[in-house]
Structure formats: C-alpha cells, structure tokens
Design a protein around this ligand. Structure first.
Ligand SMILES: Cc1cc2nc3c(=O)[nH]c(=O)nc-3n(C[C@H](O)[C@H](O)[C@H](O)COP(=O)(O)OP(=O)(O)OC[C@H]3O[C@@H](n4cnc5c(N)ncnc54)[C@H](O)[C@@H]3O)c2cc1C
Length: 399
C-alpha cells in the first residue's frame, strides 16, 4: 500500500467519529466507520452546541442545519424558587462570540452528520477488537468483528473515537490511569411540547443543579445533577426526580409529569483526570471522549470532540499523516486538558453541599451579574472563541 494513500478507519459513530468521518470525506479520504452497536444510537437526550463547535460544524457544512433546529431562548442562572442570580444577555453574547449556543436533540445531530456520508460508510454491529498503530512506513492494521465475522483492514489513518472507555486508548497507553468518578450522577429527559416562551435556565440548589433548555419543536431538554455514590439506582427514576425536584420552579414539575418513566436516562459522571501523553501514536489519532472525557459542567465534551475532528481533518489537508498527527496533539492536548480541568472546578463549586461555600457562590454570582457582567462573559472566552484551521490546514484560532 502506498504511504500517501487516503484510506481511513474511524472507530465509533458518536459525535466525534461522525464529525471526523465527514471532515475526512470532504478531504477526499475513503472512510469506513466501525460502530459496535447495531445501529446509530445517540447516547443522551439533548446537547448544547456552543459557538466554538458551531464554527466547527460550519467547516463540514452542517452548522446552518444545526442552528435551524435550535431555539435557545435566553435565560440565566436562578435559585430553586425561580429568582434570578444572573441573567444572560443575548445581545452581549452575540457581540462577543457572534452567536449563542444551539440546543438540539442528539438524534437530530447524529442524523445530520451521518446523512452526509457516502452510503455504506458506516458499518453497524462492527466491533473493533485490536489496532496495530503502524508508523511512517507501515500502515495501521484494524481487526474487527463485523456481524459476527472476523475482519482485518489496513488503513493509512485510524481515528479512535470509541468514547470514554476507549479500548484503543488503553492499548496505546497501557500505563495511563482510567477515568475517575466525579462524585455526581446526572438524569436527562426530553419532554413532549410544553408550550412557548420558556427561558433557558440553570438552577443551583444545595448540591443540585437543574438545566432547562427549550427545543425548537416545543419540547424541553432537562438535566438534573446531584452528588451520589457511583452505581446507586432508584426503582423508579422519574419518581426519584419528582421527590427531589417536584417543588422547584416552573416548568420543572410539569416537565417531570410529562415524561414517561422509561425515558429517564441516568449516568454516573466519570472523567479522564490524567490526559494521555499524546493524542496520537503511529497512524492512530484519539478523538473526543477517547482522548479527553470531561465532566459536563461547561457543556464542552461534545463541542471539543467536534473541534478535534475538524482540526484533524484540516491538518491532514496540509501534511502527510505522521506530521499532521503530531500537529494535532500539539494543538489539541493543552486546550482540552485546560477545559477539562476548568469543567471539574466548575462542578465542585456548582455542586457544593456546604452552606458557607454555597452562600459565597450565590452572593458572588449575583454581584457579578449586577456590577461586573464582563467578568462572566470573559470567563467563557477561551473556550468559545476557537476558530477552525483554514481548509488548507493553516491558521485558525486553535488555543
Ligand atoms: C450528562 C451529560 C451531559 C452532557 N452535555 C453536553 C452538552 O450539552 N454539550 C456537549 O458538548 N457535551 C455534552 N456532554 C459530553 C458529550 O456527551 C460527550 O463528550 C460526547 O458525546 C462524546 O462523543 P464521542 O463521539 O467522543 O464518544 P461517544 O458518544 O461515547 O461515542 C463512542 C462510540 O464508539 C462506539 N464504540 C466504542 N467501542 C467501540 C469498538 N471497540 N468498536 C466499534 N465501536 C465502538 C460506541 O458504541 C459509541 O457509539 C455531556 C455528557 C454528559 C454525561
């Protein structure tokens, strides 16, 4: 096989893998996506796509479609009784970042990403079992079980987007500690239409956070995060949510009434506190949660997967695989490590059970909202101002 070939295997058809596949196909690569599930099953209910990731989606031609699916009304942070701690000014966000975030159903985003791939590019029921990373002179080798049959495929590039429990990461970096428990569990629900005019809110109570995000079709995406030991489960998770949050402000009680108990999703939150020493080895690049699984408190995990995928595809337009992957690690590892640490810090403040810390936090946030809102917007800057590399792989605002 010629070493300047353009045959890529992507492991995993989540947001990271599908975005990478789209970017590579645009760059003239022949792409096969192996997904171990028997179909495209977006894990999670809704997703906030911040301006940095919307710019990444623009680079692969789906940004406008994602914005069209979103209806993020402006709101802010409030207390469980509904009183505001800080209001978010949509005009100020527009001025600073060009736009606000989009909130979409995950299934809609996955459909948009997969819809633009050549037919047959995504192979379901295809579990990758082993990857030989290759090097400058040798291709990588991917072993997989596809619909029960063992398969081997050579590739000039392997994109490992196999999620937080990435087997590829563990094989490439066997000494790296695995994901650690954040101390928090999160429920997610999507409701049927609940009416118009709802604000987007994040509500901070004692050791608990609830997010309310209206969707364009009138439905609402809600998340509920609390500290809990890992593995704890209720017999009826919806009843558990009603017990904890049924007295919180509108539309939370109505949303809980409207949802089917079987549609309540619950996950314990783990993250990769120790990043790998590189995001590549040989001809394999780690993308998304496989590289840098983070807590959800900044809503950046999926956004960073999109940034990874677009950066990788565009660097590959400028350089041969080994050089492009080295640039990829240089551009992505420091940025994603910083955002992951920031997200963990935000989680520990937002989720505090301490009366004292909570009082300080609420007072400080209210003061920032009233007297120094620029501090609030400024704190978002480094994550949201990212710009993708140019189509020829140069420039961009990558840090
Ligand atoms: C509660 C919560 C809320 C969140 N909210 C947001 C948010 O609002 N905004 C945001 O940007 N991010 C958010 N995130 C983070 C976001 O969900 C993740 O960062 C993102 O989904 C990671 O995508 P991925 O493609 O890297 O991995 P995944 O979505 O985990 O995809 C990995 C895929 O690989 C497949 N796979 C695994 N192993 C193999 C194998 N051996 N062979 C073949 N296939 C394999 C899996 O089946 C899966 O389909 C949130 C996370 C949580 C937990």
């Amino acid at each position: 096989m010629a070493m300047d070939g353009r045959r890529a295997v992507v492991i995993g058809a989540g947001i990271g893998g599908l975005t990478a596949a789209r970017g590579l196909v645009d760059g003239g690569w022949q792409v096969t996506v192996f997904e171990r599930a028997d179909g495209l099953r977006p894990v999670g209910a809704g997703l906030a796509v911040a301006p940095n990731a919307l710019r990444g989606l623009d680079a692969i031609g789906v940004g406008a479609d994602v914005r069209a699916l979103s209806a993020l009304g402006m709101g802010g942070v409030c207390r469980p009784d509904g009183r505001w701690m800080i209001r978010i000014d949509a005009a100020e966000l527009q001025r600073r970042f060009g736009e606000t975030a989009a909130v979409v159903r995950r299934s809609a985003l996955v459909d948009l990403l997969a819809g633009g791939l050549p037919s047959g590019a995504v192979r379901a029921s295809a579990q990758v079992t082993e990857v030989e990373p290759g090097d400058e002179r040798r291709p990588a080798l991917v072993r997989a079980t596809v619909s029960g049959a063992a398969t081997e495929i050579e590739a000039d590039l392997v994109v490992a987007a196999d999620g937080i429990d990435s087997r590829t990461r563990a094989a490439l970096f066997p000494d790296l500690p695995g994901p650690v428990y954040s101390g928090h569990t999160v429920w997610r629900i999507l409701t049927p239409p609940l009416g118009s005019g709802l604000s987007s809110t994040e509500t901070w109570g004692r050791g608990a956070v609830v997010g309310v995000m209206p969707l364009a079709d009138g439905g609402v995406y809600l998340y509920f995060a609390v500290p809990a030991p890992p593995g704890q489960r209720a017999a009826d998770e919806r009843a558990e949510l009603v017990r904890r949050f049924g007295g919180w402000h509108a539309p939370i009680p109505k949303a809980l009434d409207a949802v089917d108990p079987d549609d309540v999703l619950r996950n314990d939150i783990y993250w990769l506190a120790t990043p790998p020493p590189a995001f590549h080895r040989g001809r394999v690049a780690l993308v998304g949660d496989a590289a840098h699984a983070m807590t959800p408190y900044l809503g950046q995990g999926g956004c960073q997967a999109i940034e990874d995928a677009v950066t990788l595809a565009r660097f590959l337009a400028a350089d041969q695989v080994p050089a492009a992957l080295a640039r990829y690690t240089d551009a992505r590892l420091p940025r994603t490590s910083r955002i992951a640490r920031q997200s963990a810090r935000v989680g520990s403040v937002v989720q505090t059970r301490s009366h004292v810390v909570r009082a300080l936090r609420d007072t400080a946030l209210a003061a920032v909202g009233r007297f120094a809102p620029q501090l609030f917007y400024g704190s978002l800057e480094s994550a949201l101002e990212w710009r993708p590399p140019a189509p020829d792989g140069r420039a961009g605002r990558l840090r």
